[in-house]
Write a protein that binds this ligand. Structure first.
Ligand code: M6R
Length: 611
């Protein structure tokens, strides 16, 4: 993870870099730092903790650095080395400073070689090998540019870095797998980890291809491909979305993002519907074939979306679906001959596990599609075909609106496949399209039950362990509810398929253990209710979030929230989308009650770009 920025040719470079780092803080917030060149001397400013700590230190020197025009900056998600000032980037060696995102996998080897040359290391970071290699190379009479190229040839792993040398008016940048975007300014140039972070400063950007490196001066950008040939890369116009850091009166971005789902999902649904008669989803572009299966692959919350996608696609189209965890797929030698298509799901489009899994699928000759929220993200640029969720930037580390939008796309794909395969009639297909449009306003109804979830949160906020249960298509929602709760509130929580309880997890139940069940009215509710009885009999404190149709069947349960039934025939099929809202609100309110950092929970980052 980590966010990096470099700017050259504009006064107040330090302040500008700080403001860009604010936009990149979602990538890591353990510590942050700047390096800037002034009178051909290198200076650094570093602080542990959130960026506001660095801002405070900056205020003290603000007047002295107003004329600085060359700066690099970094916001850290620690991988190698504790969160201490020494390990905070930029990392220096003599008059060279480097900011780095990713992991240098052979840093141990390089470190030993450099130590043999009497190089003294001052940090525990993998990054430190880069500035030292540069210094050594420059001492061996290489110029800065050639020294940088020699470093690229030595380091292995996934990385993006920016380096400056105090006497040179330039920034060297390189990327391998980790993202890097160049911004073309008026009289200045800039580099950042994503386009959004610099979109308030430039209207044109260049995405570096994998393996590219570049040199930025204030008037020019030169780009080289991995074969060292100079190349031109496409300039892309970007729109500034300066409002994306606005909470719109909500206490947290997560709260805003939960409550804006009815509005932003209109965009997702709008992009899917073609003249009320068809869906803008093209299975042929995804190379989905009836006698081959589809692999759905993702991480975290996106993986739970994939699990739900499997239920839908197999149920409606009968096409076999294999669901994979991105972090496992790449290394487990998958047998892919029975699959023609891999669909990866990634809100950020940057999760390295998912990117690598997608590359593996390409190697195995699968056609790759990404469902993502971020156009031009690394995965988007490498996928054969892309479907965008169009829900706008998601700032809170916890996925909320991106999850529900992914579900809407997966369900639409299932229905399109079912229709193409004559598994559903045109009438049902058109009815689905009509019903899809009703989802946003229906979600508003569920959101209006907010107070009920606040009360539920009050009741469980001091627990040490919490179980979530769901059956069938709501099983992944139990997993998602538990993930959301643990990442935000740090309470240990686990999700289980209700029917699995008796196979082991029931041993966890003791007096007062909170058990939250998502209950649809799908013909399986009696079985789930029996599972609840078993939990109650063992002292579990049961909370049920249920379709209101089950009211009579769960009258014996004291703690319940009834979700209104959706009109028409789609209630159970849509239930994972509906039940996502309670899962999100419960986790949000528990975290808020416990006073944890809702938007930037400890140890996490929004975009997971290290393996
Ligand atoms: O950007 P991605 O969808 O690829 O991210 C995958 C996971 O890292 C992400 O869903 C993570 O689990 C979230 N923090 C969940 O809220």
């Amino acid at each position: 993870m980590c966010g990096i920025i470099g700017i050259i040719g504009k006064k107040n470079a330090c302040k500008i870099a700080l403001n860009v780092l604010k936009n990149l803080e979602y990538r890591g917030y353990d510590s942050a730092g700047l390096a800037y060149a002034q009178n051909k001397k290198l200076h650094t400013l570093k602080a542990i903790g959130k960026l506001k700590e660095l801002y405070s230190k900056y205020e003290i020197i603000e007047n002295e650095v107003k004329n600085v025009t060359l700066a690099i900056g970094h916001t850290r998600w620690a991988t190698h080395g504790k969160v201490v000032i020494e390990n905070t980037h930029p990392i220096l060696s003599e008059n060279i400073a480097v900011v780095h995102n990713g992991i240098i996998e052979n840093h141990d080897n390089i470190r030993s070689q450099l130590k043999n040359k009497n190089v003294v290391f001052e940090t525990s970071t993998d990054t430190e090998v880069i500035p030292h290699l540069l210094s050594v190379s420059i001492k061996n009479k290489n110029n800065f540019f050639n020294a940088c190229i020699s470093v690229i040839n030595k380091i292995e792993g996934a990385y993006a870095f920016a380096a400056i040398e105090s006497s040179k008016n330039e920034i060297f940048v390189a990327r391998k797998t980790s993202p890097l975007v160049l911004g073309l300014g008026d009289g200045f140039n800039i580099v950042g980890s994503d386009a959004q972070s610099i979109s308030h400063l430039v209207s044109e950007v260049i995405y570096l291809n994998d393996g590219d490196y570049a040199v930025l001066t204030e008037s020019e950008i030169q780009i080289f491909a991995s074969d060292n040939n100079k190349v031109e890369r496409e300039k892309i116009n970007i729109k500034s979305n300066i409002n994306f850091l606005n909470k719109d009166g909500f206490r947290h971005f997560m709260e805003k993002e939960i409550h804006e789902q009815p509005n932003v999902l209109i965009n997702t649904i709008g992009s899917l519907i073609k003249e009320e008669k068809d869906l803008n989803i093209f299975p042929e572009k995804m190379n989905i074939k009836n006698n081959y299966g589809i692999t759905l692959c993702a991480a975290g919350t996106s993986h739970y979306a994939a699990m739900i996608g499997k239920y839908w696609i197999e149920r409606f189209s009968s096409i076999p679906v294999n669901v994979e965890l991105s972090s496992e797929y790449r290394y487990r030698s998958p047998a892919a001959s029975m699959y023609s298509s891999m669909i990866v799901i990634s809100q950020s489009g940057e999760s390295i596990d998912t990117l690598m899994a997608m590359r593996e699928a390409k190697r195995l000759n699968l056609t790759t599609t990404v469902i993502t929220n971020v156009e031009n993200s690394s995965i988007d640029r490498e996928a054969d075909y892309s479907i965008y969720t169009h829900v706008g930037p998601e700032v809170g580390v916890a996925s909320t609106k991106s999850f529900t939008s992914q579900l809407i796309i997966l369900l639409s794909l299932a229905m399109k496949l079912a229709f193409n395969n004559n598994k559903i009639s045109i009438k049902k297909y058109l009815d689905f399209i009509k019903s899809l449009k009703l989802i946003p306003s229906f979600l508003s109804k569920i959101l209006s039950l907010n107070e009920n979830f606040m009360n539920l949160a009050q009741a469980i906020k001091n627990s040490h362990n919490i179980l979530y249960l769901g059956r069938g298509i709501l099983y992944p929602i139990a997993l998602e509810g538990a993930l959301k709760l643990k990442e935000l509130s740090y309470i240990h929580s686990e999700g289980f398929a209700a029917g699995e309880m008796k196979h082991g997890p029931i041993a966890l139940i003791e007096d007062g253990l909170p058990i939250i069940m998502f209950l649809a009215s799908d013909g399986m509710e009696e079985k789930s209710i029996s599972n609840l009885q078993e939990a109650i009999a063992r002292g579990g404190k049961v909370f049920v979030i249920s379709d209101e149709k089950n009211f009579g069947k769960i009258s014996f349960i004291e703690n319940k929230v009834l979700i209104p039934s959706f009109q028409g025939n789609w209630n159970d099929i849509f239930s994972p989308i509906f039940m996502s809202i309670p899962a999100q609100l419960i986790a949000y309110h528990v975290a808020r009650e416990r006073g944890t950092d809702v938007d930037q929970p400890r140890n996490l980052a929004k975009s997971v770009t290290v393996e």
